[in-house]
Design a protein. Structure first.
Length: 123
């Protein structure tokens, strides 16, 4: 069980870099367009969800003490990456006139930061 938890903790969530000042073109597969930033966002959110499950389950099984340091490092890294992705999407929304969506995403960032205060993340 410990090795399975470590495998989840140390898996990579995304391979695409965050593009700051340029918009990434959509990726088209079989005539369906995908926004690469949105895809990265989904992968990071999946990784964060898996990390939270590992935390919960390892605490139940008594393995948390063996995993806490590794888990915390990876959780903080993924959470910071997720916020950076949201910031990139906010920039795209502002550039395309989607102010309501940008405001909602800013609210999401504030909620993420509030939920993670116990980790004193340096944003």
């Amino acid at each position: 069980m410990l090795s399975k938890f470590r495998g989840i903790i140390n898996s990579r969530s995304a391979g695409l870099p965050i593009l700051d000042d340029e918009e990434a073109p959509n990726i088209i597969l079989e005539d369906i367009a995908f926004d690469p930033i949105q895809n990265v966002q989904a992968r990071i959110m999946t990784k964060i969800t898996l990390l939270l499950i590992v935390q919960s389950e390892s605490q139940k099984t008594g393995l948390w003490n063996d995993l806490q340091s590794e888990w915390t490092e990876n959780y903080l890294r993924e959470t910071k990456r997720f916020v950076r992705i949201l910031e990139a999407i906010i920039k795209q929304c502002e550039n395309s006139g989607q102010q309501d969506r940008a405001a909602a995403l800013r609210n999401s960032i504030n909620q993420i930061k509030a939920a993670n205060r116990q980790y004193t993340i340096q944003w």
